[in-house]
Design a protein around this ligand. Structure first.
Ligand code: GTP
Ligand code: MG
Length: 290
């Protein structure tokens, strides 16, 4: 069999997680309208019996202002080493700027590179041509691929162009494996996604989810989790008037979790304040950012 690793990197909000989900035809990685949604590298396993390709979704590369941000960037760059190919996802509706140059300077030139011009559903043809010309100039050896990850356009083309780069190798993960991450990671990510969506910009970024208990029984699954915020004033916002928001977060999370477990889920959510957890190494480690 042929097997290998492919890193998906790029700036925040470019559509990396949308792309990995489309490649794997399942919701592996959480997606929101907010930049810096993904915080850890997540391996997603594509396996069609002939090929096992391990795609690595990574946090968006950005100018970091706290320890968590530095951890996120480090995850992205570390994932782009020792891989068979790198997929650089670009938001085609944004102009090339200094942030893109910063990424360019760090990409290993010896690894085959695909530049995915994503979100072409938002562009007119002249804009597509313009951005492709720009990226051709910046990465003359890369293969450029037009994509709308959200509309499933360009996904198969990318996959077919990656396959010839994948060499004979072992099946790294079991046939039915989906990811390198355990269930509690997915539980916390689902709750974080629903929290981000429901809270919109009210508690920006500074929110984490800790799973305290998962009791996976025959007919049901009982989960306790804590939403961690970094300011006292945010606690009330997460809870909402008469607990309205936290109830909504719980209800929406439960829908996804019941699908994930294939059984009834009882979810109890708590909120806790941990001041400046984004800069606290011990707490970062406890929350899985290490
Ligand atoms: N119009 C359009 N929107 C897209 C496309 N792909 C992704 N999006 C949207 O862009 C936003 C960000 O998508 P993500 O997949 O979370 O982006 P990301 O690169 O993983 O972002 P980070 O995890 O923050 O680095 C979401 O609102 C997506 O629905 C696309 O092809 N077209
Ligand atoms: Mg992401």
């Amino acid at each position: 069999m042929k097997s290998g690793f492919v890193a998906i990197i790029g700036r925040p909000n470019a559509g990396k997680s949308t792309l990995i989900n489309a490649l794997l035809e399942r919701k592996l990685s959480i997606v929101t309208e907010k930049a810096q949604t993904t915080r850890n590298s997540i391996k997603g396993i594509y396996d069609d019996d002939e090929y096992q390709i391990i795609f690595i979704d990574t946090p968006g590369i950005h100018l970091a202002h706290h320890s968590l941000g530095r951890y996120m960037n480090q995850q992205a760059f570390a994932s782009a080493k020792d891989v068979d190919a790198i997929v650089l996802v670009v938001d085609g509706s944004r102009k090339f700027d200094a942030g893109d140059t910063a990424i360019q300077e760090k990409i290993d030139q010896n690894i085959p590179l695909f530049v995915v011009i994503n979100k072409i559903d938002l562009l007119r043809l002249p804009e597509v041509i313009e951005i492709k010309n720009k990226y051709h100039e910046v990465y003359p050896n890369a293969e450029l691929i037009e994509m709308s990850a959200i509309e499933n356009f360009g996904i198969d083309t990318l996959l077919e162009k990656i396959k010839p780069l994948i060499k004979e190798g072992p099946r790294y993960f079991e046939k039915d494996a989906i990811s390198d991450r355990d269930p509690s990671f997915f539980v916390s990510e689902v709750i974080r996604e629903k929290s981000l969506k429901i809270l919109k910009d009210e508690v920006p970024h500074n929110l984490a989810v800790r799973v305290d208990k998962i009791k996976n029984q025959k007919d049901k699954c009982i989960i306790d989790a804590t939403i961690i915020v970094d300011k006292d004033s945010h606690k009330g916002i997460v809870i909402g008037k008469n607990g309205k928001r936290i109830k909504a977060i719980g209800m929406q999370s439960r829908v996804d979790l019941e699908e994930f477990y294939g059984k009834k889920v009882f979810l109890e959510l708590f909120v806790s304040v941990k001041e400046d957890w984004l800069n606290n190494q011990r707490l970062l480690k406890e929350l899985g950012y290490n």
